[in-house]
Design a protein around this ligand. Structure first.
Ligand SMILES: Cc1cc2nc3c(=O)[nH]c(=O)nc-3n(C[C@H](O)[C@H](O)[C@H](O)COP(=O)(O)O)c2cc1C
Length: 177
């Protein structure tokens, strides 16, 4: 199985990239590719840009990565209660590809983390309601609150309850394949 994993963040030290990388480590027997949104940076979506220049090649490249996956792992950064601008811009451009649903009817494990106590709960709620309309089959969701207390860069999730929860959810996801 091919897994495409990425964070909804363009931070070079993204905590969501750390979480999604940790989650991917449980899929030992599978081919994992971790994307960096910085590799898909495009001008901010603007209708006139699309009319003048078409959809950037990078949006097609991102869509091709999604299409190559059997499973998507995505952990969203929360900015002011919603998607980061970096993620939303890619999302908007890819959604303009004719006849396409952004997530290509792929199964997804949808996550979020933040340094705050709500662990990105707002963006997770927005995305879990919205993404099914964008062709994501959201199999499970997971939020890690208080990242700095609950995650160690060497060990991963250090809160017992949260570790148990993510492992159970990953086992459930694996049972779909
Ligand atoms: C503009 C901005 C808005 C933010 N808004 C929120 C927020 O609404 N909720 C939250 O939990 N954290 C918020 N944060 C803190 C982010 O969760 C934190 O920067 C986190 O590291 C982002 O994830 P990343 O490291 O994967 O990019 C915000 C940060 C920035 C820069």
């Amino acid at each position: 199985m091919k897994i495409i994993a990425f964070a909804g963040s363009n931070s070079d030290v993204s905590i969501n990239r750390q979480l999604v990388t940790f989650a991917s480590s449980f899929f030992e027997k599978h081919l994992i590719e971790i994307l960096d949104l910085n590799d898909y940076e495009m001008p901010i979506y603007k209708n006139e840009r699309e009319i003048e220049n078409g959809i950037p090649q990078l949006a097609h490249d991102f869509a091709a990565k999604i299409d190559s996956a059997d499973l998507l792992l995505l952990s969203l950064a929360e900015n002011n209660g919603a998607y980061s601008a970096a993620f939303k811009n890619i999302f908007d451009w890819v959604s303009r590809i004719r006849g396409r649903k952004v997530f290509g009817e792929k199964p997804m494990f949808l996550m979020a983390t933040s340094p705050g106590k709500r662990g990105g709960a707002s963006v997770l709620e927005i995305a879990s309601k919205r993404f099914p309309f964008d062709g994501a089959k959201v199999l499970e969701t997971f939020s890690l609150p208080s990242f700095n207390e609950n995650f160690d860069s060497g060990k991963g999730i250090v809160d017992d309850e949260k570790l148990k929860e993510i492992k159970e959810k990953i086992d459930q996801i694996k049972s779909n394949f």
